[in-house]
Design a protein around this ligand. Sequence first.
Ligand SMILES: [Zn+2]
Length: 141
Amino acid sequence: MPYLPAEIPLPQPTVDDAPFWEACKRQELVIQRCKNCGTFRHMPMPVCYNCQSFDFEWAKVSGEGTVYSYANVTYPTHPALKDRVPFNIVVVELPDAGNVRMTSNVVDTPFEELYIGMPVEVVFEEVTEQITLPRFKRAQT
Ligand SMILES: [Zn+2]
């Protein structure tokens, strides 16, 4: 069972982020990196915000990160979440991807045990045939 129900609105891949979602299906976390200046960026976009280059590559990263921020969601903002609250939303920082931040969830940890700086690692949840979401679990250290 995915952390959140598959009935909530899911990503609709675009030309810019389709490779990210394809990598998730392969259980790989990739982050866009400018081929001109090396700056990582997330969410995917066509132009580097640092040097305005259109040239980029997809860098496979470890999926190890730390919790930058987190919140406990207690109000169901979508009907499919009516019986699923409370749940957490986290912002995870990825040190091997230039500290880009990714919004996700920590799937295995009660809210009271989450903390800023907590080490986490990516897990992939196949929500539908088309969409696999990167979520996180407590790092095994
Ligand atoms: Zn650049």
